[in-house]
Design a protein around this ligand. Structure first.
Ligand SMILES: Cc1ncc(COP(=O)(O)O)c(C=O)c1O
Length: 450
């Protein structure tokens, strides 16, 4: 192993990182190994991987089965085009497998390399669908504040975290936001309905304001992940579905984080008995071992795509759509999820995690604890009564991240919410350690910041 400091200097000289700024990259960690829910840095220190990489390493690190699946497919045929007229066995097998796993009305799939490309594919497919049906003005996309749908231009425009916008504006026209339903912070303006229905009714108000004939789709994550793990009210998505049906607007479920077991069900909207028209996925489909994402479309949309004349075809494509190696790894990954009953395990482990985290709610500075399956968050506030966040000068996000890392937990803190989405194989003992570390870190960080 070359000297670590020399490698870091070379990194600083030659690499641009996601969300790049040198001030946040003075002492980067070099990660070298992982096993299960544990990752090791170049200095040999071990950490619990609190976010399963970036919410994606669902089956845990160090899975030789996935390396073998990639090796076997690469040895046979690493890549060939799956442009119309060509196909390959792993892509066929994966689409067939997904048909049996996802929402019953979704049986046709298109593969991408990741989540942002999946968002683009959903938006374009929604517009295509309405144009094919003779409604060319239905083009707008409505999403929510605190949403994260990726950072290509259209996906960034749907993303509802404004920090991502200013240096890249103008955003794509026709993208607008309603409020996140955040049960902790959404203020219900209508005493006649529940908080969840009031939050969903914002969609109806937006549609009436914009004109439903101008709107193609509403996109939502079943649990808002990168916006701080926001689990909606039980009646939110049923009301959203009702509104989408009433005004003929497609419902896109962004399952990039919630797909493949994360919430204790295979897919996030299963908790609410609601089916989307388009779903998108990435991350957990391969547990991050190779890049893969995609969309699934309803039978109705599939029929429309198949029904247009050749000159109006669905002219959408990526070089790596249906990549044979990535699809082979995805198939093996899904087999692991099934064989080891990891979705069921996420439900059970998630219950333990949430129950233990709730014991932290009495701590000074803990505003809210929430979760669903193995995705959870602890929101830290300056004032529990008013829910006032810490001032930016307090640098709470950085202090919390560093404090957790010092105590052996590697995870992301966004908007002062400590986010958790560990590998689904995390043990009970490791869950308890995560909660203990958070319980020690918050008081220490708050008293140091005073
Ligand atoms: C819900 C959601 N959608 C889309 C994306 C974008 O995925 P990618 O980073 O693979 O482009 C993410 C990434 O975190 C996500 O959480």
């Amino acid at each position: 192993m070359p000297v670590i400091s020399e490698r870091i200097e070379t990194d600083q000289a030659h690499l641009l990182h996601p969300l790049h700024h040198p001030s946040a990259h003075q002492k980067p960690k070099i990660w070298v190994e992982g096993k299960g829910a544990i990752v090791k840095d170049a200095e040999g220190r071990e950490y619990i991987d609190g976010l399963a990489g970036l919410w994606n390493v669902n089956v845990g690190h160090g899975r030789k089965e996935l390396a073998q699946a990639a090796f076997d497919q690469m040895s046979a045929l690493a890549y060939n085009s799956s442009y119309v007229g060509s196909t390959n066995l792993p892509a066929i097998g994966l689409a067939e497998k997904l048909s049996g796993l996802v929402y019953p009305s979704i049986n046709a799939f298109f593969f991408t390399s990741g989540g942002a490309e999946a968002s683009e594919s959903s938006f374009k497919t929604a517009r295509f669908y309405w144009k094919a049906l003779g409604k060319p003005d239905k083009v707008k996309i409505i999403s929510r504040t605190r949403a994260y749908h990726g950072l290509t231009l259209a996906a960034m425009s749907a993303t509802g975290l404004s920090a991502f916008w200013p240096m890249f504006e103008p955003r794509v026209p026709g993208f607008l936001h309603i409020d996140s339903p955040d049960p902790y912070r959404f203020v219900n303006p209508d005493p006649n309905v529940s908080q969840g229905v009031a939050a969903a009714n914002q969609l109806e108000a937006a549609l009436l304001r914009e004109g439903p004939d101008t709107v193609a789709a509403f996109i939502a994550e079943p649990v808002q992940g990168a916006g701080g793990v926001i689990v909606p009210q039980a009646d939110y998505f049923p009301r959203i579905r009702e509104i989408c049906d009433k005004y003929e607007v497609l419902l896109i479920s962004d399952e990039v984080i919630t797909g493949f077991g994360r919430t204790g069900r295979w897919f996030g909207l299963e908790h609410y008995g609601v089916e989307p028209d388009i779903m998108q996925f990435a991350k957990g489909i391969t547990s991050g071992y190779v890049p893969l994402g995609g969309i699934g479309v309803s039978d109705e949309i599939h029929d429309v795509i198949n029904g247009v004349p050749p000159g109006k075809r669905w002219m959408h494509a990526y070089t790596y759509s249906g990549h044979p190696t990535c699809c082979a790894v995805a198939l093996r990954n899904i087999q692991i999820l099934e064989d080891e009953k990891l979705v069921e395990r996420a439900a059970v482990s998630g219950k333990r995690l949430l129950e233990k985290l709730r014991t932290l709610e009495s701590l000074d500075g803990v505003g809210h604890v929430r979760g669903q399956g193995l995705i959870a968050a602890v929101e830290v506030v300056a004032d529990k009564r008013t829910k006032q966040p810490h001032a930016p000068e307090a640098q709470m996000t950085q202090r919390l991240t560093d404090g957790l890392l010092e105590r052996g937990l590697f995870t992301r803190v966004v908007l002062d919410c400590i986010c958790l989405a560990p590998p689904l194989v995390i043990s009970d003992e490791q869950i308890d350690r995560v909660v203990n570390v958070i319980g020690e870190t918050i008081p220490a960080v708050i008293s140091a910041a005073r």
